[in-house]
Write a protein that binds this ligand. Structure first.
Ligand SMILES: C[S@@+](CC[C@H](N)C(=O)[O-])C[C@H]1O[C@@H](n2cnc3c(N)ncnc32)[C@H](O)[C@@H]1O
Length: 163
C-alpha cells in the first residue's frame, strides 16, 4: 500500500476536507498567480485532486495526469471530470510512476508545463536513505531545466508531534 494513496488515505482526505479548506484556499490563491504559457499541463501525483482548484485546471486544453494509486483516476474524474468536460479540457490519466520515467515523459510532451502536486515531498517515503532522496530530487530539477514547472508540498509529511 502507498503511504499517500489507497482507500484509507482517500477516506481520511474526504473526511478532512473542512480542515483542509484554508490550505486549499492558499493553493488556489497561489495557482491563480501562476499563468503558464503552455496550454498543456503535466500534473504529477494528482491523487483525487482533493486540494486542486478545478478552475485552474480549466485554463488548459489538455491535462495529463500521472499517479501510481489505482483509486486516483476514478476519484479525480468524480471530483473534476464534469467541469473539465464543460471547459473542453481533455483529461488523460495514466497510472504510472512518473518520477522514475520523467525524462521520457518530458521528451514525449516537450511543450507541456509541469506541476508536482504534493508529490516530491513524498519521495522520502520511497527511499531508506535521505541522501538518495536528495540525489533523486536534484536529478528531477536538472531534467526540468528550460521548462515551466512548479511544485507544492505540505510543510510536514508523515507523523509529527502535536506540539
Ligand atoms: C499527497 S498525495 C497528492 C495529493 C493531491 N495533491 C491532492 O490534491 O489530492 C501524493 C500522490 O502522489 C502519488 N505518487 C507518489 N509517487 C508517485 C510517482 N512516482 N509517480 C506518480 N505518482 C506518485 C501518490 O500515489 C499520491 O496519490
Amino acid at each position: 500500500m502507498s503511504p499517500s494513496g489507497g482507500l484509507l488515505w482517500h477516506w481520511r482526505a474526504w473526511r478532512s476536507q473542512a480542515q483542509w479548506r484554508p490550505v486549499c484556499a492558499q493553493i488556489s490563491d497561489w495557482l491563480d498567480q501562476v499563468e503558464p504559457r503552455s496550454s498543456e499541463l503535466m500534473l504529477i501525483g494528482a491523487s483525487a485532486g482533493w486540494m486542486m482548484p478545478t478552475a485552474w485546471l480549466q485554463r488548459f486544453k489538455r491535462v495529463l495526469v500521472w499517479d501510481i494509486d489505482g483509486l486516483a483516476e476514478p476519484l479525480f474524474r468524480w471530483r473534476h471530470g464534469a467541469a473539465l468536460k464543460a471547459s473542453a479540457t481533455e483529461l488523460v490519466f495514466q497510472r504510472a510512476d512518473a518520477l522514475a520515467n520523467l525524462d521520457s515523459l518530458l521528451d514525449a510532451h516537450p511543450q507541456a508545463c509541469v506541476l508536482f502536486d504534493n508529490v516530491l515531498g513524498q519521495v522520502r517515503f520511497h527511499f531508506n536513505d535521505l541522501d538518495a532522496v536528495s540525489d533523486h530530487i536534484y536529478k528531477i530539477t536538472q531534467a526540468l531545466k528550460g521548462r515551466e514547472w512548479g511544485s507544492l508540498h505540505d510543510a510536514f509529511s508523515g507523523p509529527i508531534e502535536p506540539a
